[in-house]
Design a protein around this ligand. Structure first.
Ligand code: GTP
Ligand code: ZN
Length: 349
């Protein structure tokens, strides 16, 4: 398939970023899939596999978030021995980042440069309020526009009622019930990545993300295929790609079905996901109100009059606590890094 990078959002900003590194043997591309040490990249002349160049490895050793991820715009270099290396990740406009399990609280980038992040939550089995809240905080934190997609809407008689109910957990976020089975909501979802934009899907395994990608792309692109050589030696190829270019323009990024994601909230993702609570808190009598037994606490007043549920307040507290603990760990890591200076920086190429 020949594909113009402009249909994936390659624009003037990226052109000028790329020009700074342009050499006769280099080419720009977008990462379709990132594996350990090797990426599948779409360039103007097709899909290619690239191993990570030295500069990228050095950077990633210091900060795993520097590793290329699906959606990244990158600079490739073609070598005389036909190898292709990924030399540089161009600056990201947005990124979905989760906290990894290691005790250093570093981040893993799930997707980059998307315009919209859809939190995908199934209506069946029962939607999980806390998961929706957590994923929405992650979506806000990415810098992209959040959207809440409720899949399998054919499993309930009144999808609009479920949308209203979950909409209360998503202030300022459009809520879209979708059923691929009945073909409902799919066209509306498509409108989020027209004009060469990129939509990322974030949700638990089984939420229906692959089914959605297939419906949006109009083909069966998602199922994982493992092709083995006839001799059974196990050359392992997979058709699976996290970023799927959509015929006619735009792209969808399917993030891995995640069991749980740790928040790595360095900006205002949590505050925006809980805009209702943040707004109440700004109206408490004391600036440092802990929203417990203080007089004039607008948050507790809202719980008392039923306009804020105790469950949502508890959820907000829990995520806040998590972020505070993690940022404590992160500053410990940064001060350790400062004590051991980085190796001298090498040239990019
Ligand atoms: N009733 C109904 N079932 C659906 C719909 N969309 C998906 N499903 C079912 O939900 C299940 C999970 O769908 P997938 O698309 O594989 O989910 P996923 O989010 O990609 O899961 P992972 O690949 O594990 O990340 C499958 O059995 C689908 O058939 C829908 O619109 N209606
Ligand atoms: Zn208060």
């Amino acid at each position: 398939m020949s594909y113009h990078l402009s249909q994936l959002g390659w624009d003037d900003r990226l052109v000028s970023e790329f020009r700074r590194f342009d050499r006769p043997d280099s080419a720009p591309g977008r990462v379709l899939r990132a594996d350990r040490g090797v990426c599948t990249v779409l360039t103007g002349s097709g899909v290619t596999r690239a191993t990570l160049g030295g500069a990228v490895m050095i950077e990633a050793a210091r900060d795993p978030a520097a590793l290329p991820s699906a959606g990244d715009w990158v600079v490739l270099r073609h070598w005389p021995d036909r190898r292709t290396t990924l030399e540089l990740v161009l600056p990201r406009t947005t990124m979905l980042i989760r906290r990894t399990a290691d005790k250093d609280s570093s981040g893993q980038v799930l997707a980059a440069n998307m315009d919209v992040v859809a939190v995908v939550e199934p209506i069946h089995p029962e939607p999980d309020d806390a998961r929706v809240e957590r994923l929405l905080a992650l979506a806000w934190e990415s810098g992209a526009d959040p959207l809440l997609v409720l899949t399998k809407s054919d499993t309930t008689r009144d999808p609009a009622a479920v949308a209203r109910q979950l909409g209360a957990l998503a202030p300022g976020v459009p809520v879209l019930p979708v059923s691929v089975r009945q073909g409902r909501g799919v066209d509306e979802l498509r409108s989020y990545f027209t004009k060469n934009r990129t939509l990322a899907l974030l949700g638990r395994s089984g939420a229906g993300k692959s089914t959605l990608v297939n419906a949006l792309a109009g083909t069966s692109v998602m199922p994982v295929q493992e092709i083995r050589d006839a001799d059974g030696k196990g050359r392992h190829t997979t058709a699976y790609r996290n970023l799927v270019p959509i015929p006619g323009g735009g792209a969808v990024i399917d993030t891995p079905g995640i069991r749980g994601v740790g928040l790595l909230d360095t900006g205002d993702g949590l505050a925006r996901a809980f805009a209702d609570v943040t707004d109440l808190a700004s109206r408490c009598r004391f600036d440092d109100c802990a929203h417990e037994t203080e007089p004039g606490c607008a948050v507790q007043a809202a719980v008392a009059d039923g306009s804020l549920t105790a469950r949502r307040l508890a959820s907000w507290r829990k995520l806040h606590h998590e972020v505070e603990v993690e940022s404590g760990r992160k500053s410990a890591r940064l001060s350790r890094q400062r004590r051991s200076p980085a190796p001298p920086s090498s040239s990019r190429f």
